[in-house]
Design a protein around this ligand. Sequence first.
Ligand code: ZN
Length: 137
Amino acid sequence: MTETYNKPVPQITKINRPYWEAAKQHKFMLQRCKMCGSYRYNPGESCPSCLSEELEWVEVSGQGTIYSWTVFHHVYHPAFKDEVPYVVVSVELEEGPMINSRLVDYKIEDIKIGLPVMVTFQDVTDEITLPMFRVIV
Ligand code: ZN
């Protein structure tokens, strides 16, 4: 963790607060529908499958596979100028939902669609811990 983290951070809301509080404890949680069992990400107020508003937070595996990925070469925010090129992956979680995040500890030439990944956590501020992913070897 650094005192001078100057990158944009997620905005905590009433709906997503449990997700970020779990991440701070290095736990990966998703909302699950009590009616149909579907998982959802991003957090929301209802189930996208059956529209039920009966959702619960459950700790999940944090495992998935790389569905797609891209290498960022352009600096879209000045705080990332020393990090390009970096990789953002779309991960298809074991539980179903897709999530976009950074891939860490990798060689760009080794990344492939379908590689298994596991969540890892980076404490970036006192408030925010970011779930990222690393390839499982
Ligand atoms: Zn549902």
